[in-house]
Write a protein that binds this ligand. Sequence first.
Ligand code: 6PG
Length: 248
Amino acid sequence: MIEIKRFPDGDHLAHAAARRFLEVAIVAIESRGRCSVALSGGTTPRALYELLGSGDYSDRVDWSQVHFFWGDERCVPPDDSESIYRMAKEALLDHIQVPADQVHRMKGELDPQRAAREYDALLRDFFSLKGNPTDQQTFDLIYLGMGDDGHTASLFPHTEALQEHDRWVTANYVPKLEDWRLTLTTPTINQAAEVVFLVGGAKKAETLRSVLEGPQAPMELPAQLIVPTLGRLSWFIDKEAAAELRPA
Ligand code: 6PG
């Protein structure tokens, strides 16, 4: 089930994304005693993370039962300005009481292949996964962004990671960045109980229309690869990003 939710601006979008986190976390903790959420990088989710770390939301979650993961990471140390972990730490993790051993960052400081292997093993252990990504559910919630080139996580157009279906995590060389990235693979993302894209701003409008309303071209537009097997897919988009979509 794909749900497209339009919001007047980034602030309304961030509040809606924060409310969704609360809903998912409360149900997951009540039913399974823990909540596993994977965070994305970029600028869009920062407002969400700051909200979750603020008084409006932070005291409404039992953070002692929440496990944080990442959908992707740059191959840099955790204190680097480019680190996705660092952004989430500054915006959210430093403001809540989450046990340190429940913050499972991708180790961008390591050799990319080693970091991917270690995170793959971590996910297999945490979710008690056997074999390849099949119908084994992973995260309770994954937040994703979308680049104006149609990438999501670090699944960039025409890169090898798009073809990876055996591993849960992979190191992906991105020619346009001339750098390596760490990323969850498509099957891992599609095994989540819920995936929420957060897309805002006018520069995303044309790509968003192509992804949601254009022909299937997932090698060009990797965001089209995200179709949860059993889970829920929601697109939270602001008015500017929705400008070229068909009227709601
Ligand atoms: C990253 C993200 C990436 C991001 C998109 C959108 O490594 O930057 O994981 O996939 O979500 O590039 O970024 P913005 O929110 O900054 O537009």
